[in-house]
Design a protein around this ligand. Structure first.
Ligand code: MLY
Length: 290
């Protein structure tokens, strides 16, 4: 009466289900090509997932396979988050300074007083060496996007709104999206294939409502032509946008997915519903409770 270890093939057969084909996954979701060489205690700079425009001082707190748990220096553990070892969102110490981005300092550090080498010395830490960051020095083709250009973008915090927005920065093949006349808490990084960004004129063409800049005087009579002239800016060229085709996942396919309530876990899950660019994931064996 030996109990056999759980396995995907046996489970799929039992459930009469199919695994989502590997070709549906993006490169960053597929089996890692490199090793995760980060070590607990290493310090680095990385994007705060709850303020996705803000780079912070982080320390590797735990390693699990290809993932690392990152801790915000000086802040409680409840803000820790997991990232893949090859994520674009993590950068070596000094990256922000070099690229002209603001770095959120460890709690208690004052602006202008922070210096990485002093800091690691004082806390007897170590810097994560540059060669561990897979997203550095990858060659990028010029995209046609430039900082300052305007576009129409979905506010990811209020996803029903398509808004007047600006490219606040371009780094590698990533764009920092900012909403005109709003503070930077709505900002996020994305790439040219993001379904959240559209060229100027998209809403008019698709007969959707465009949310005009905060405090815009005559929102009813907003015209891009006028606005670009008023602000002395340019529209991001339509050819720079590289809309990605719908994902191709189908209801019932099985995948491995991070449990967002306990993100150290990767669970057995089923695609429960689909939209063009989004999936609803069901965690097998769990029932919905309020
Ligand atoms: N109810 C929110 C909506 C903010 C939308 C901001 N976007 C457009 C960047 C509020 O008024 O605060």
């Amino acid at each position: 009466n030996k109990k056999r270890a759980w396995s995907w093939p046996a489970y799929l057969e039992e459930e009469r289900a199919i695994a989502a084909p590997v070709k549906l996954f993006k490169e960053h979701q597929s089996l890692p090509q490199s090793r995760n060489s980060f070590k607990v205690g290493m310090k680095l700079e990385g994007l705060d997932p709850s303020h996705p425009s803000l780079f912070c001082v982080l320390t590797v707190a735990e390693i699990q396979g290809y993932r690392i748990r990152l801790h915000f220096d000086g802040y409680p553990e409840c803000y820790d988050f997991w990232a893949n070892a090859d994520s674009w969102d993590i950068k070596p110490a000094g990256w922000c300074e070099k690229n002209g981005h603001k770095l959120l300092l460890p709690k208690g550090c004052k602006d202008g007083e922070f210096n990485w080498s002093m800091y690691v010395k004082n806390c007897r830490g170590q810097l994560a060496p540059k060669h561990l960051f897979k997203s550095l020095n990858t060659s990028v083709t010029p995209s046609g996007f430039r900082a300052g250009m305007k576009l129409e973008a979905i506010d990811r915090k209020n996803p029903s709104l398509i808004c007047v927005a600006t490219i606040a920065a371009v780094v590698d093949n990533r764009l920092l999206i900012h909403f005109d006349n709003w503070d930077d808490t709505y900002d996020y990084w994305c790439d040219a294939s993001s379904p959240y960004i559209h060229p100027v004129g998209y809403c008019e063409e698709a007969e959707l409502t465009l949310t005009t800049p905060a405090e815009y005087k005559q929102p009813k009579t907003f015209s891009w032509e006028k606005y670009l002239e008023e602000t002395g800016t340019q529209a991001a060229p339509a050819r720079a946008f590289k809309p990605r085709p719908p994902h191709g996942f189908q209801i019932g396919m099985k995948v491995e997915a991070v449990d967002k309530r306990n993100p150290m876990l990767i669970r057995v899950t089923t695609i429960a519903d689909t939209e063009d660019h989004r999936l609803k994931i069901h965690f097998d064996g769990w029932i919905f409770r309020v």
